[in-house]
Design a protein around this ligand. Structure first.
Ligand SMILES: *Cc1c(COP(=O)(O)O)cnc(C)c1O
Length: 361
């Protein structure tokens, strides 16, 4: 952990430096390299990454954006903040991927973009996504916040669409406490994203400084240094998360009513969260019960429900997304960090197996 602090200390030593961006630039250079992307733009959070990228692809007032109901509010909030309307799309319980038949019924003349979310690090088939977007003439902006390190059919999550958005919040595989970044191969999108994160002070070609309202979405230099130090550890962080997930899946091999949700055959999963289908009565109640027993998980601890059912979207006209609800109600997604060693995992496994065996309600 000492290595992690070194970069932060040099960032601190250079402060205060109002114009400083040296650590951010260094991080961006190596992010682009790691993800084989032309450009990486570091920002203050994953939410800001989505906000900036959606602005860059031209989402604005009057537009509609297709967003899976199977996601957290942070995917849809930037759409609303840009004056556009999120239109919620269902997911297919057999694949966890978007339900493209449902998505097709929700496309209108105002649909500008689709934001696939690689929830729990799981990624849908890139070919299906790109075919859908091409057929309807809409832009793809990926929410890859949980999917750093996942790839499918040879394509890395976050590099399939026009832009890919990542979070560096701790808990994600690659982390710096707070932070995020946007990947894109498109120079104009990168320039817009940079301008957007800095009050449009350094505008893209063809625009004047402060011609538009933007925001401060910069990543603090010490956090850029921390993210950079973790980027060097990224292969090790990924290996560790995969080992943790494999360990728990093995330990729960014969747990009553729990079946692991395995990645697709052409998917290289980052193993973000050990995933199980809960085949017990009142499955959501079981996940909540585990959270009370100090086994953190998506639905039990964080109350993950279909995004369209959140109070802030009460005014958005919607059709119920039954697939997303079914997935969330029946999935145990365990929350891991790199602090969770074998003793912690053994404890989780023991509690889960014991409570599953006893669960009747
Ligand atoms: C974490 C996360 C975000 C938001 O990232 P922040 O850095 O917390 O703003 C967005 N989408 C998904 C799927 C996430 O997991």
């Amino acid at each position: 952990m000492q290595d992690l602090g070194e970069g932060m200390l040099s960032a601190l030593a250079s402060m205060p430096n109002p114009a400083g961006a040296e650590f951010t630039s260094g991080l961006e250079h190596d992010l682009a390299d790691t993800f084989s992307s032309e450009h990486a733009v570091a920002v203050s959070s994953g939410t800001t990454a989505l906000h900036a990228a959606l602005s860059a692809v031209g989402v604005g007032p009057g537009d509609e954006v297709l967003v899976p109901a199977l996601t957290v509010v942070m995917t849809a909030a930037p759409v609303v903040l840009l004056g556009a309307k999120p239109v919620f799309v269902d997911s297919d319980p057999s694949t966890l991927d978007l339900d493209f038949a449902d998505a097709a019924t929700k496309v209108t003349a105002r649909t500008k973009a689709i934001v696939p979310v690689h929830l729990w690090g799981r990624m849908g088939a890139p070919a299906d996504l790109l075919a859908f977007a091409a057929e309807h003439g809409i832009v793809v902006v990926e929410d890859a916040a949980q999917a750093a390190g996942t790839s499918r059919a040879g394509a890395m999550a976050g590099t399939v669409g026009a832009a890919g958005c990542f979070s560096l919040k701790d808990g994600k595989v690659l982390w710096s406490g707070e932070g995020g970044f946007v990947l894109t191969d498109d120079g104009a999108l990168a320039a817009h994203t940079r301008a957007f994160r800095g009050h449009w002070l350094t505008p893209p070609l063809g625009s004047r400084p402060q011609e538009r309202i933007a925001l401060n979405g910069r990543l603090a230099e010490p956090l850029a240094a921390l993210a950079h130090a973790n980027l060097f550890r990224f292969p090790a962080l990924l290996d560790y998360r995969r080992a943790q997930t494999a360990y728990l899946v093995r330990a729960l091999d014969s747990a009553r009513g729990l079946t692991p949700l395995l990645p697709a055959t052409d998917e290289t999963w980052n193993a973000y969260a050990p995933l199980f289908h809960i085949g017990l009565a009142n499955p959501r109640g079981f996940a909540e019960h585990l959270a009370q027993q100090e086994v953190p998980n998506s639905t039990g601890t964080f109350r993950l429900v279909p995004c369209d059912t959140r109070p802030m979207f009460a005014g958005v006209d919607r059709k119920p997304c039954h697939g997303a609800a079914e997935i969330l109600d029946h999935t145990l997604a365990l929350v891991l960090t790199e602090r969770d060693d074998e003793a912690v995992l053994d404890q989780y496994a023991a509690v889960i197996a014991r409570e599953a065996a006893a669960w009747r309600t």
